[in-house]
Write a protein of this length. Structure first.
Length: 291
């Protein structure tokens, strides 16, 4: 079996080249579908967090380790969560707080529904005891509450049909003492899918959607130009400018491509300055980020 996940390299965040394949293929019995890798660095080692399972069910969170950013990464040998208590978990995002403590944000399934919350995939966070061990299953960050976050009506899941909602792809940025948990919501191949956020005064929450509306606020589909922008990360240039890195479908829905746009912190909250889908339609030329 070959390696999993391609690594690209760039010196200017503009031109990208293939560098290597990251993950040495783990035990095939774990599954044949690998999603959403993210790498953290601590004490001379690089940790690649990812999920593995079969198609869209029975995904577990795992971590692989390397001494080099380009790998190869070797799986640590154990799952981060017990599949009996959490049979579906995806999109791990490691976050290091100012005091050096690491946390893992992720998405998991919730089957309860009420007047306040809707059933579906939503967001959680747990403290990392070590870089390869979670303290426990953690706390809820955010549950689906809005129509635009619906993935599918009457979706067959867990032996019944659900009005299923999806929040996924968490990414956390701390700014001026507050924690911003960015996430993607809705159905990934539809024009409702986009990036929104919730805020908290403590990394473990509680998180609030204050100011949220009937659509994603940070970045969303531009009909006919860019479809389903989501699952973002955030980088900061040498000049202090923040950038949103995310993927979106091309016009023909053949592939999801990477986009990088400025992230602007407005009085109303974070917003993506873009999407920069076509330079010919902009009044000013697009320039590469300063790194």
């Amino acid at each position: 079996l070959g390696k999993v996940f391609s690594i690209l390299h760039s010196k200017d965040l503009w031109t990208w080249q293939f560098a290597s394949h990251a993950l040495t293929h783990p035990d095939p019995s774990l599954g044949d579908t690998f999603w959403a890798p993210e790498v953290a660095y601590e004490n001379g080692h690089f940790y690649l967090y990812y999920s593995v399972g079969f198609e869209d069910r029975n995904h577990q969170l795992r971590v692989a380790i390397s001494d080099r950013p380009q790998g190869p990464y070797e799986d640590s040998g154990t799952a981060l969560l017990d599949a009996r208590s959490c049979p579906f978990a995806i999109d791990p995002h490691p976050f290091r707080d100012d005091d050096g403590q690491w946390y893992l944000f992720y998405a998991r399934d919730f089957l309860d529904a009420s007047d306040q919350f809707r059933a579906g995939t939503a967001l959680a966070v747990a403290r990392l005891k070590t870089m390869t061990e979670l303290d426990n299953i953690g706390a809820v960050v955010l549950r689906a509450t809005r129509d635009w976050q619906r993935f599918q009506k009457d979706r067959p899941m867990y032996g019944k049909s659900w009005d299923w909602h999806t929040l996924e792809g968490p990414c956390v940025r701390k700014r001026e003492g507050r924690y911003y948990c960015f996430y993607s919501g809705g159905r990934w191949e539809t024009d409702c899918y986009g990036v929104d956020y919730a805020t908290a005064d403590h990394v473990m929450g509680p998180y609030s959607e204050e100011g949220a509306g009937d659509c994603a606020r940070v970045v969303k589909t531009v009909p006919g130009e860019i479809l389903g922008p989501g699952h973002n990360s955030i980088i900061t240039g040498a000049d202090g400018q923040d950038y949103l890195v995310y993927h979106a479908w091309d016009k023909n829905m053949k592939a999801r491509q990477m986009f990088i746009d400025k992230l602007v912190w407005t009085p109303e909250g974070p917003r993506c300055e873009g999407p920069t889908w076509d330079q010919t339609k902009r009044d000013t030329p697009i320039t590469a980020p300063t790194i």
